[in-house]
Ligand binder design. Structure first.
Ligand code: MIG
Length: 687
């Protein structure tokens, strides 16, 4: 049951599309103060899940989280927010319920930070909608799973990318021209490392202007895209939020003509500095502007592009025109000063404080259907609506094919239009773990198509880090190696043990029938693809403590290695499972392990996972890209004690005909390896 409690006059975020019960009584579970503050006393063993893209653990207890979409490339433990605002959590303990705070401005979640036993949620203003979800758990699902499922029904079906987007992607900020990209593709193909996509970062544009292509370095994008498609490669360009101010640039001129950019109080367009220098922000909350901006993607679609990533849409601001002038003036005053310690830091702080300055977000407005609204009050909706602009345009422009779209910034609701990547992580071992922990929290909020920059964005990557990270990344729906300009080159073929990379990345393609099936079933049913162990084993008190293992779909548990020089790790098995060791396309060995704690050796170039009893995993023979993977002749890995059944989902990978019954094939295997299939055109062989 979902109860909606309204305080004041909430802004319509359009996060919610489903049904609920209007509730006028007291707020269940939470103590309410002034319509913007809600608290709950936690018992010692209560676990708090959720908050989507964030720092810290699967269990969110012990920290203060702020919903404030921020462009901060340093995802260290002491941070309070990343690029998104995902105001949904579940308290699992003495009471078991879900809370969604639908409020587009700043919300803080103090989960035992100020007082170790208190959960306090506080919104900036008392204009919000609160949704409280209570379980209706039935047979075969846990309370947490049921709460998530109800929440997902409330917020609508998750975005589904084309099938090729489940392949491996290579990206780097600083692929400067066509030849450099040709080289990247060739090197992957020569090394036998599968590849489906190469990402175009800001360097493909003409002076960082959205929807333009640099004609010197990419003289004919349409031809180049076609040439790449012949090699099984999709090019995926980046789109930034800010539109360059430049006479003669059509996007700028059209935006000005129609008044589609965000304006200040005085009615003049707000000027921010980002990549291209001075820009205006399209008013993503204005439906007309959104429609206009969305249709701009057609420029690239028409050149054979079928995937995009939306960046800098918090929106990131390097400086505002006003604050820049102000800092210039003040800095001058320091010239005659003796810069002692205190003055020097003040001097330095003025420049550092230019970027993403809270004051700048109070300077511009949106023309929303319900009236004019100051940006800071709806700050967390910008990236969501930029991606919505694109998503809505794609439905209109490309009704018969899915377009890849993922964003950096997001709010709940955006999950209907695109996925996300988790932004600028670093080549740190701890960021493998951070990647793992964010996955189930994101799935809870409907964001299924997601993944981190594998190998790490900032800092220098090492060969062992990339191998270990890929061993997790091969299970994430978005599997992309991405790095920042200036860092060590980290394409898999750059390192010594190319064969190991070929095998680890190759395993993604071997597991693709399982990964795609599990993703699609989760998206279509409103389930999670990644779950914390406790969601599946709610009675197991130890499972509630596990912060470094995940359930992937219905059959697999993973326990990635995330420490340098570790030769293996401790793994907790909540039940008897089959350990499968994989090296490349061939299963190396398997072993049945009993419930409990085990130390598992895992070689650097090896991938291990665990199969639950009476569960199956369909696998293919692999391929160099998704379209080469044969989904009709599959093998079945399984741990069958009595009998196991599996529903394979497959489709053409492009169209939106998701509910066609022909997409589903049921297969059964008994303990002697006898296989029965319901459905046409596929064979399954037990291995
Ligand atoms: O301020 O386009 O998160 O993936 O490579 C940096 C350059 C802007 C931030 C993105 C990153 C991308 C980079 N962008």
């Amino acid at each position: 049951m979902i109860r909606k409690i309204v305080f004041g006059t909430p802004f319509d975020t359009e996060a919610v599309t489903g049904s609920f019960q209007e509730w006028e009584g007291e707020v269940p579970y939470l103590k309410e103060e002034g319509g913007r503050k809600f608290s709950y006393r936690m018992e010692e063993n209560d676990v708090v899940y959720g908050l989507g893209e964030n720092v810290r653990g699967i269990n969110k207890r012990g920290w203060l989280y702020e919903s404030k979409c921020s462009d901060d490339p340093k995802h260290s433990e002491e941070k309070h927010s990343l690029y998104a605002a995902h105001n949904f959590l579940i308290v699992d303990g003495a009471e078991h319920f879900g809370v969604f705070v639908d409020y587009p401005g700043m919300v803080t979640f103090d989960v035992g930070y100020t007082d170790i036993d208190m959960l306090t949620i506080e919104a900036k203003e008392a204009d919000l909608a609160l949704y409280i979800i209570e379980s209706e758990a039935g047979e075969g699902e846990s309370i947490s799973e049921n709460i998530v499922k109800q929440f997902r029904a409330l917020i609508g079906r998750s975005y589904i990318p084309p099938k090729w987007a489940f392949g491996y992607g290579q990206s780097r900020w600083s692929y400067m021209d066509e030849d450099e990209i040709r080289e990247v593709v060739k090197a992957h193909r020569e090394a036998g490392i599968p590849l489906d996509a190469v990402y175009l970062d800001i360097d493909y544009m003409e002076r960082y202007k959205d929807f333009t292509v640099n004609e010197e370095t990419f003289p004919n994008l349409a031809d180049f895209a076609a040439e790449m498609r012949k090699q099984g490669i999709h090019l995926v360009p980046i789109i930034d939020a800010g539109v360059k101010i430049e006479d003669g640039y059509d996007v700028y001129e059209e935006g000005m003509e129609h008044g589609y950019f965000c304006k200040k109080e005085d009615g003049k367009e707000f000027v921010a500095g980002v990549w291209p220098g001075r820009v205006h922000f399209p008013d993503m909350l204005n439906a007309d502007a959104r429609r206009w901006f969305g249709r701009k993607y057609k420029v690239l679609l028409d050149q054979g592009i079928d995937g995009f990533w939306n960046d800098m849409n918090e929106p990131a601001i390097f400086y505002s025109e006003e604050n820049l002038q102000n800092v210039f003036n003040k800095l001058g005053e320091f010239r005659s000063e003796n810069l002692d310690l205190e003055k020097f830091f003040r001097f330095q702080g003025m420049v550092d404080g230019l970027a993403n300055n809270a004051k700048d977000y109070e300077m511009f407005y949106h023309e929303h259907k319900d009236g004019r609204v100051r940006h800071d009050k709806v700050h967390n909706l910008f990236g969501y609506n930029m991606t919505r602009a694109a998503g809505e345009a794609f439905e209109e422009l490309e009704p018969d094919r899915r377009i890849l779209m993922f964003s950096r910034s997001s709010y709940i609701g955006m999950h209907r239009y695109g996925g996300i990547w988790t932004g600028d992580n670093l080549s740190w071992w701890s960021h493998i773990l951070l990647n793992l922990r964010m996955m189930p929290s994101l799935n809870m909020c409907g964001i299924l198509y997601t993944g981190a920059d594998l190998g790490g964005f900032g800092a220098d990557c090492t060969e062992d880090l990339l191998m270990r990270w890929l061993a997790l990344g091969l299970f994430t729906p978005l599997m992309r190696n991405h790095a920042a300009m200036g860092t060590r080159k980290q394409e898999a073929y750059r390192f010594t043990k190319t064969e190991s990379f070929q095998k680890i990345i190759g395993l993604r393609y071997v597991l693709l029938p399982y990964i795609y099936s599990e993703f699609m079933k989760a998206a279509l049913k409103g389930d999670m693809y990644f779950r914390p162990l406790s969601f599946v084993y709610p009675e197991d008190t130890f499972a509630r403590r596990v912060e470094d293992q995940l359930m992937v779909g219905e059959s697999i548990m993973i326990a990635p290695v995330y420490e340098q020089n570790a030769k293996g790790r401790y793994v907790y098995l909540p039940e008897r499972m089959k350990l499968v060791r994989f090296f490349g396309s061939e299963k190396e060995s398997e072993e049945i392990l009993e419930k409990g704690h085990h130390y598992i050796d895992v070689a650097l170039d090896e991938v291990v996972f665990f199969i639950r009893p009476d569960h199956l995993v369909p696998v293919s023979a692999g391929g160099c890209c998704v379209e080469k993977v044969d989904f009709s002749n599959l093998k079945l890995l399984g741990f069958v004690e009595k009998e196991a059944s599996y529903e394979l989902y497959d489709d053409d990978g492009y169209s939106r005909d998701y509910d066609n019954p022909a997409n589903r094939t049921r297969v059964c295997m008994d303990k002697d390896g006898k296989v029965t299939v319901w459905g046409e055109g596929r064979t399954f062989t037990a291995v």
